[in-house]
Design a protein around this ligand. Sequence first.
Ligand SMILES: C=C1C[C@]23C[C@H]1CC[C@H]2[C@]1(C)CCC[C@@](C)(C(=O)O)[C@H]1[C@@H]3C(=O)O
Ligand SMILES: O=C(O)CCC(=O)C(=O)O
Ligand SMILES: [Fe+2]
Length: 381
Amino acid sequence: MDLSPTSVLLCPPVDISHGSAGGVIFDSSSLRQQTTIPKAFIWPSSDRPAATEELDAPVVDLSGFFHGDEESTLRAAKLVANACERHGFFQVVNHGVSELLARDALDWTDEFFRLPLCDKLRARRKPGGVWGYSAAHADRFSSELPWKETLSFGYREAAGSERVVIDYFVSMLGEEFERMGLAYQMYCEAMKGLSLAIIELLAISLGVDRMTYREFFDDSRSIMRCNYYPPCQEPELTLGTGPHCDPTALTILQQDHVGGLEVFSGRAWRYVRPVHNALVVNIGDTFMALSNGRYKSCLHRAVVNRHRERRSLAFFVCPREDKVIRPPPPSPEDVGGGPRLYPDFTWAQFMEFTQRHYRADMRTLRSFTKWLESSSSVTAT
Ligand SMILES: C=C1C[C@]23C[C@H]1CC[C@H]2[C@]1(C)CCC[C@@](C)(C(=O)O)[C@H]1[C@@H]3C(=O)O
Ligand SMILES: O=C(O)CCC(=O)C(=O)O
Ligand SMILES: [Fe+2]
């Protein structure tokens, strides 16, 4: 698994003075040598870790659904409906993603984040884009920095994109990273297949035709994000990922055994215990809009700890950029019920909002709605 020594170039000295957070660049190997954490990483006391209760969320067995067992499918759909109406979060087992493929993807995450900072910076996220390497988003934000490093890249199935992930790694980091790219290419292909199955189950749980959303997402675009959370000398003062709802439609997250994911439900933060071979699934803002608010976009965050690094792989499912997000034509049960809660929008508009105008948090969709209305009123005058 380890990259050949020649692949890890001897790095020229890295100029780390260009962070927007007053020159702080999150070089975890040096920051963790300090006894205290930089001020930019300290979050308001109201946001600091305090979860003492475990989240009550179902672990849904998908084997019956995959085998076409109607009774088992309806049982799974009921569990999903109840969870998504409450907090938008559940886990799945017997999901069909090979354990070896999943573990491989996590192991390659270690290989990437262990690279010297200068190698990782060769894949540095470009301003306004979401792809690339980011160290605590210190180039985007100047306070409440998350204690994490991330690597994000795109996945799509369109013709001619069979190597889209492999080509990204090779173009960003060099030929010696082809194997890493292949591991993630295969992982994304498996995640895409699982996402369509889960979307079909969501339709069944909403009482609409099972192909309704599946067709909408058949040509979906996805964002793959590798999260690396180093150990932190003051974990009680910071967060690995701040409180937020994913603006995307659906997230399938693989987490390692360390724990740190928390969901806000029943007026409290609740920790999510890692379940062996399970994958976390959470509803995002875009699917909440598609269900006209019936399914909740999951409010969640990640905390860090003093002694162990933590990794998670988030596969964010998004509609093709130009598709209009609006609830499907009313079914007998009328998916979300009541008046439209959100205006029509495209993922391209929402994505641009989160990357250029607004730091995604727990109010992103509401803020986006206001931004859309204000920008359309400006163009209308
Ligand atoms: C569309 C996206 C923006 C973020 C990555 C995807 C889905 C989740 C979003 C994010 C993780 C929510 C918390 C804040 C954020 C800035 C982060 O911590 O990474 C968000 C991502 C982003 O804007 O890069
Ligand atoms: O690492 C985790 O458990 C959560 C990460 C997350 O919510 C995200 O990347 O959107
Ligand atoms: Fe998230």
